[in-house]
Design a protein around this ligand. Structure first.
Ligand code: URA
Length: 209
Protein backbone atom coordinates (compact mmCIF):
# COMPACT_ATOMS: atom_id res chain seq x y z
CA UNK A 1 0.00 0.00 0.00
CA UNK A 2 1.96 2.95 -1.23
CA UNK A 3 1.09 6.42 -0.05
CA UNK A 4 -0.47 5.08 3.19
CA UNK A 5 1.09 6.23 6.46
CA UNK A 6 0.14 4.19 9.51
CA UNK A 7 1.01 6.26 12.57
CA UNK A 8 2.09 3.54 14.94
CA UNK A 9 3.54 5.69 17.71
CA UNK A 10 2.82 4.00 21.08
CA UNK A 11 0.83 7.01 22.34
CA UNK A 12 -1.42 6.89 19.28
CA UNK A 13 -1.95 3.12 19.54
CA UNK A 14 -2.65 3.30 23.27
CA UNK A 15 -5.28 6.01 22.90
CA UNK A 16 -6.89 4.23 19.96
CA UNK A 17 -7.27 1.04 22.01
CA UNK A 18 -8.99 2.97 24.80
CA UNK A 19 -11.35 4.54 22.27
CA UNK A 20 -12.31 1.20 20.73
CA UNK A 21 -13.63 -0.18 24.03
CA UNK A 22 -17.40 -0.21 24.01
CA UNK A 23 -17.52 0.96 27.62
CA UNK A 24 -15.58 4.18 26.90
CA UNK A 25 -17.85 7.10 27.88
CA UNK A 26 -18.69 9.89 25.42
CA UNK A 27 -16.56 12.19 27.53
CA UNK A 28 -13.45 10.01 27.42
CA UNK A 29 -13.99 9.05 23.74
CA UNK A 30 -14.05 12.74 22.78
CA UNK A 31 -11.05 13.62 24.93
CA UNK A 32 -9.01 10.73 23.54
CA UNK A 33 -9.96 11.66 19.98
CA UNK A 34 -8.85 15.21 20.67
CA UNK A 35 -5.46 14.06 21.99
CA UNK A 36 -4.98 11.51 19.26
CA UNK A 37 -5.81 14.07 16.57
CA UNK A 38 -3.11 16.39 17.86
CA UNK A 39 -0.63 13.54 17.48
CA UNK A 40 -1.88 12.84 13.95
CA UNK A 41 -1.47 16.55 13.12
CA UNK A 42 2.15 16.24 14.17
CA UNK A 43 2.68 13.49 11.55
CA UNK A 44 0.68 15.05 8.75
CA UNK A 45 2.53 18.38 9.02
CA UNK A 46 5.96 16.75 9.07
CA UNK A 47 6.81 17.97 5.53
CA UNK A 48 5.02 21.31 5.61
CA UNK A 49 6.93 24.20 4.00
CA UNK A 50 8.91 26.46 6.32
CA UNK A 51 10.17 29.99 5.88
CA UNK A 52 12.95 31.97 7.51
CA UNK A 53 12.12 35.06 9.52
CA UNK A 54 14.32 37.43 11.47
CA UNK A 55 13.60 37.59 15.22
CA UNK A 56 15.24 39.07 18.29
CA UNK A 57 16.03 36.85 21.25
CA UNK A 58 16.86 38.61 24.55
CA UNK A 59 20.52 38.36 23.48
CA UNK A 60 20.72 38.92 19.72
CA UNK A 61 19.05 38.86 16.33
CA UNK A 62 18.71 35.53 14.56
CA UNK A 63 17.11 33.96 11.52
CA UNK A 64 14.61 31.29 12.59
CA UNK A 65 12.10 28.99 10.93
CA UNK A 66 8.30 29.21 11.07
CA UNK A 67 5.44 27.59 9.21
CA UNK A 68 2.71 29.64 7.63
CA UNK A 69 -0.24 28.00 9.40
CA UNK A 70 -2.71 30.12 7.42
CA UNK A 71 -1.74 28.25 4.25
CA UNK A 72 -3.08 25.02 5.75
CA UNK A 73 -6.76 24.23 5.47
CA UNK A 74 -8.26 21.48 7.58
CA UNK A 75 -11.41 20.28 5.86
CA UNK A 76 -13.82 18.45 8.12
CA UNK A 77 -16.26 15.98 6.61
CA UNK A 78 -19.35 16.64 8.73
CA UNK A 79 -20.20 15.64 11.26
CA UNK A 80 -17.65 13.18 12.64
CA UNK A 81 -14.72 15.09 11.08
CA UNK A 82 -15.30 17.86 13.64
CA UNK A 83 -14.07 15.47 16.33
CA UNK A 84 -10.63 15.41 14.68
CA UNK A 85 -10.62 19.10 13.79
CA UNK A 86 -10.35 20.38 17.33
CA UNK A 87 -7.25 18.31 18.15
CA UNK A 88 -5.55 19.37 14.92
CA UNK A 89 -6.29 23.05 15.61
CA UNK A 90 -4.64 22.70 19.04
CA UNK A 91 -1.39 22.09 17.18
CA UNK A 92 -1.90 24.48 14.22
CA UNK A 93 -4.17 27.20 15.63
CA UNK A 94 -3.66 29.48 12.62
CA UNK A 95 -4.98 26.95 10.11
CA UNK A 96 -8.05 27.79 8.06
CA UNK A 97 -11.05 25.46 8.24
CA UNK A 98 -13.42 24.21 5.56
CA UNK A 99 -16.52 22.07 6.01
CA UNK A 100 -18.08 19.59 3.66
CA UNK A 101 -21.40 18.03 4.53
CA UNK A 102 -21.81 14.53 3.17
CA UNK A 103 -24.14 11.88 4.47
CA UNK A 104 -24.15 8.22 3.62
CA UNK A 105 -27.33 7.08 1.91
CA UNK A 106 -28.15 4.11 4.16
CA UNK A 107 -29.36 1.99 1.23
CA UNK A 108 -26.69 2.64 -1.40
CA UNK A 109 -23.90 3.79 1.01
CA UNK A 110 -23.08 6.50 -1.55
CA UNK A 111 -22.15 10.05 -0.45
CA UNK A 112 -24.70 12.84 -0.85
CA UNK A 113 -23.45 16.46 -0.47
CA UNK A 114 -25.56 18.93 1.54
CA UNK A 115 -22.99 21.59 2.56
CA UNK A 116 -19.73 23.00 1.18
CA UNK A 117 -17.85 26.02 2.54
CA UNK A 118 -14.14 26.66 1.97
CA UNK A 119 -11.78 29.60 2.63
CA UNK A 120 -10.85 32.00 -0.20
CA UNK A 121 -7.81 31.50 -2.40
CA UNK A 122 -7.67 27.69 -2.33
CA UNK A 123 -4.97 27.45 -5.08
CA UNK A 124 -2.41 28.81 -2.59
CA UNK A 125 -3.32 26.36 0.18
CA UNK A 126 -2.46 22.84 1.32
CA UNK A 127 -5.55 20.84 2.24
CA UNK A 128 -5.85 18.18 4.94
CA UNK A 129 -9.21 16.40 4.84
CA UNK A 130 -10.26 14.85 8.15
CA UNK A 131 -12.81 12.12 8.87
CA UNK A 132 -12.38 9.53 11.65
CA UNK A 133 -13.43 6.50 9.56
CA UNK A 134 -12.32 5.64 6.01
CA UNK A 135 -14.79 2.79 5.44
CA UNK A 136 -16.33 2.34 1.97
CA UNK A 137 -14.31 5.34 0.82
CA UNK A 138 -17.35 6.93 -0.84
CA UNK A 139 -17.36 10.10 1.30
CA UNK A 140 -13.60 10.50 1.07
CA UNK A 141 -13.64 10.07 -2.71
CA UNK A 142 -16.48 12.58 -3.10
CA UNK A 143 -14.73 15.08 -0.79
CA UNK A 144 -11.43 14.82 -2.66
CA UNK A 145 -13.19 15.16 -6.03
CA UNK A 146 -15.00 18.30 -4.86
CA UNK A 147 -11.80 19.81 -3.43
CA UNK A 148 -9.80 19.08 -6.56
CA UNK A 149 -12.24 21.36 -8.41
CA UNK A 150 -10.81 24.19 -6.27
CA UNK A 151 -7.25 23.41 -7.34
CA UNK A 152 -5.41 23.49 -3.99
CA UNK A 153 -1.61 23.05 -3.88
CA UNK A 154 -1.93 19.61 -2.26
CA UNK A 155 -4.44 17.29 -0.61
CA UNK A 156 -3.88 14.79 2.22
CA UNK A 157 -6.46 12.60 3.93
CA UNK A 158 -6.37 11.88 7.68
CA UNK A 159 -8.51 9.30 9.46
CA UNK A 160 -8.34 7.39 12.68
CA UNK A 161 -9.23 4.00 11.32
CA UNK A 162 -9.57 2.39 7.95
CA UNK A 163 -9.81 -1.07 6.36
CA UNK A 164 -8.33 -2.63 3.19
CA UNK A 165 -11.52 -1.88 1.22
CA UNK A 166 -11.46 1.82 2.13
CA UNK A 167 -7.78 2.24 1.35
CA UNK A 168 -8.15 0.44 -1.99
CA UNK A 169 -11.15 2.54 -3.02
CA UNK A 170 -9.56 5.90 -2.18
CA UNK A 171 -6.23 4.96 -3.72
CA UNK A 172 -7.90 3.73 -6.91
CA UNK A 173 -9.88 6.97 -7.30
CA UNK A 174 -7.13 9.34 -6.07
CA UNK A 175 -3.70 7.67 -6.05
CA UNK A 176 -2.06 11.08 -5.58
CA UNK A 177 -3.67 11.64 -2.16
CA UNK A 178 -1.65 10.29 0.80
CA UNK A 179 -3.64 8.61 3.58
CA UNK A 180 -2.68 9.02 7.25
CA UNK A 181 -4.30 6.60 9.68
CA UNK A 182 -3.72 5.11 13.13
CA UNK A 183 -4.74 1.60 12.02
CA UNK A 184 -5.93 -0.53 9.10
CA UNK A 185 -8.51 -2.93 10.53
CA UNK A 186 -9.53 -6.33 9.20
CA UNK A 187 -12.56 -5.67 6.99
CA UNK A 188 -15.75 -3.82 6.14
CA UNK A 189 -19.06 -5.48 6.99
CA UNK A 190 -22.20 -5.50 4.80
CA UNK A 191 -23.51 -2.36 6.50
CA UNK A 192 -20.35 -0.37 5.74
CA UNK A 193 -18.89 -0.62 9.25
CA UNK A 194 -15.23 -1.35 9.95
CA UNK A 195 -14.43 -4.55 11.90
CA UNK A 196 -13.32 -4.73 14.63
CA UNK A 197 -13.48 -0.92 14.47
CA UNK A 198 -14.97 1.31 17.13
CA UNK A 199 -18.63 1.56 16.07
CA UNK A 200 -20.26 4.72 14.76
CA UNK A 201 -17.70 7.48 15.27
CA UNK A 202 -20.24 10.32 15.04
CA UNK A 203 -22.55 8.75 17.60
CA UNK A 204 -19.66 8.08 19.95
CA UNK A 205 -18.27 11.61 19.67
CA UNK A 206 -21.60 13.36 20.11
CA UNK A 207 -23.37 10.80 22.35
CA UNK A 208 -26.27 10.46 19.94
CA UNK A 209 -26.83 6.72 20.00
N1 URA B 1 -18.42 5.15 9.89
C1 URA B 1 -18.36 4.91 11.23
O1 URA B 1 -18.67 5.78 12.04
N2 URA B 1 -17.93 3.69 11.65
C2 URA B 1 -17.59 2.70 10.80
O2 URA B 1 -17.19 1.62 11.24
C3 URA B 1 -17.67 2.98 9.42
C4 URA B 1 -18.09 4.20 9.00
Amino acid sequence: MSNVHVVNHPLVQHKLTLMRRKDASTNSFRRLLNELSSLMAYEVTRDVAMQDIEIETPLETMTAKVIDGKKLVFVSILRAGNGILEGMLNVVPGARVGHIGLYRDPKTLTAVEYYFKMPQDMPSRDVVIVDPMLATGNSAIAAVERLKEMNPKSIKFVCLLTCPEGVAALQKAHPDVPIYTAAIDRELNDHGYILPGLGDAGDRIFGTQ
